[in-house]
Design a binder for this molecule. Structure first.
Ligand code: NAP
Length: 305
C-alpha cells in the first residue's frame, strides 16, 4: 500500500510517500481501508521528534475514516462497516491507504457524515469532549473562554459548550472572525486588536488550545475557584500564578464511547464539521507547512480514496 512515513526527524522535507507493507488484523483488530485522514498539530510535532519515537520508518497521522476490509478474531465490527476513529495512544500511521486498529476504540460513521468530515471530527471531537465534558465538567449557565476559536478542536468545543448551555467567549484573528462567529459563540474577541485579559473576567472555565503566552495569560480571566484545561502546553498543565484556580491537562484516551458521542452530537445537529481544506497524500509536505504555520481555519484533510 501507499503511505506517508519518515526515516528521520526533521522539517517537511523528511516526509516520504511510498510503498510500505499492508497491515494485518491481529486478535480484536480490524483493517480499515482509509478514505480520509486528517492533519493534527501532533503530526508535525511527531515529525520533528518531540515525542521521541525511536523506530523508523515511522508512519504519521492519528485520525481517519474508512471501511473495514478485514476483521481479526474477536473483533466486533465486520467487513464493509464504515468507521471512524483515532489510532491508539502512542501509535501513528493514519496517513495511509490501510491501517490496523483495535475494533473496541473506533465507532461507526453516521451514513450522512462524509468520510472527509468524519476524519476532520475524530481527534478534534475526542479532544474537545475529554476537555470540556470529562475534565472541565462544564455546566449549563457557566461562562467559558475557549482560546483559538478557528482551530479544529476549538471549533468543536465552541459548539459543544453552547449545546451544554454555557456562555461561550472565544478568540481569533481578524480574517477568521466571520467563520468563528458562524460557530455560534456568544462573544468573539479579535486578538489582533483586543487584549483578552482586558475584556474578559470572572470565567468559570478556560479551554486553552493555543499555547505559549496565551496559556499563562489565560489564568487572569478565571474567577476564584475556576478551572482551566490546556492541550497546547505539552504533557503537563502549566503551574498557575495564583493559588485559587485549577490547572488541568486532559488525558485524551481512546474509547468507542467518545466516538459514538461525536457521531450522536453530529446526528442531533449540535455539531457541524469544520471548514476543510483537502490534500492528496503526496501533498503531505505542503499540508504540514500550513499546519505548522498555525493560522488556517478548520481542518486539513487527506482524501486518500
Ligand atoms: N490529545 C491532545 O492533547 C491534543 C489533541 C488535539 C490537538 N492538540 C493540540 O492542541 C492545539 C490545537 O490544535 P487544533 O488542531 O485544534 O488547532 P490548530 O490547527 O493547531 O490551531 C490553529 C488555530 O490557532 C489559532 N491561533 C493561533 N494563535 C492564536 C492566538 N494567539 N489566539 C487565538 N487563536 C490563535 C489560529 O487561528 P488564527 O489564524 O485566527 O490565529 C488557528 O486557527 C495544537 O497544539 C495541538 O497539537 C492536543
Amino acid at each position: 500500500m501507499k503511505a506517508v512515513y519518515i526515516e528521520k526527524f526533521g522539517g517537511p522535507e523528511v516526509l516520504k510517500y511510498g510503498d510500505v507493507p499492508d497491515p494485518v488484523a491481529g486478535a480484536g483488530e480490524v483493517v480499515v481501508d482509509v478514505h480520509a485522514a486528517s492533519v493534527n498539530g501532533a503530526d508535525w510535532k511527531v515529525r520533528v521528534g518531540d515525542y521521541k519515537q525511536s523506530t523508523f520508518p515511522l508512519g504519521l497521522g492519528r485520525d481517519f475514516s474508512g471501511i473495514v476490509s478485514a476483521a481479526g478474531a474477536g473483533a466486533d465490527l465486520k467487513v464493509g462497516d464504515a468507521v471512524f476513529g483515532v489510532l491508539d495512544v502512542g501509535h501513528e500511521g493514519a496517513y495511509a491507504e490501510k491501517l490496523a486498529i483495535k475494533a473496541a476504540i473506533i465507532g461507526k460513521k453516521p451514513d450522512r457524515l462524509s468520510h472527509i468530515d468524519a476524519a476532520a471530527l475524530a481527534l478534534t471531537g475526542l479532544t474537545a469532549l475529554v476537555a470540556v465534558e470529562d475534565t472541565l465538567k462544564l455546566q449549563r449557565g457557566e461562562t467559558i473562554l475557549i482560546q483559538g476559536g478557528a482551530g479544529g478542536v476549538a471549533s468543536f468545543a465552541i459548539q459543544l459548550a453552547k449545546h451544554i448551555g454555557a456562555r461561550v467567549i472565544t478568540t481569533t484573528s481578524t480574517p477568521n472572525l466571520d467563520y468563528v462567529r458562524s460557530l455560534g459563540p456568544d462573544e468573539v474577541i479579535d486578538y489582533k486588536t483586543q487584549d483578552f485579559t482586558k475584556v474578559v473576567k470572572d470565567c468559570d472555565a478556560v479551554f486553552e488550545t493555543v499555547g505559549g503566552d496565551v496559556a499563562m495569560k489565560s489564568f487572569a480571566v478565571l474567577k476564584s475557584g475556576g478551572r482551566a484545561a490546556f492541550i497546547a502546553s505539552g504533557g503537563k498543565a502549566p503551574t498557575p500564578p495564583r493559588g485559587d484556580v485549577a490547572s488541568l491537562r486532559p488525558a485524551v484516551g481512546r474509547t468507542r464511547r467518545h466516538m459514538e458521542r461525536v457521531a450522536d452530537l453530529y446526528q442531533k445537529g449540535a455539531i457541524r464539521p469544520p471548514e476543510v481544506k483537502l490534500y492528496r497524500l503526496d501533498q503531505v509536505a505542503e499540508a504540514h507547512r500550513v499546519s505548522e504555520g498555525r493560522h488556517f481555519r478548520g481542518k486539513l484533510v487527506f482524501q486518500v480514496r
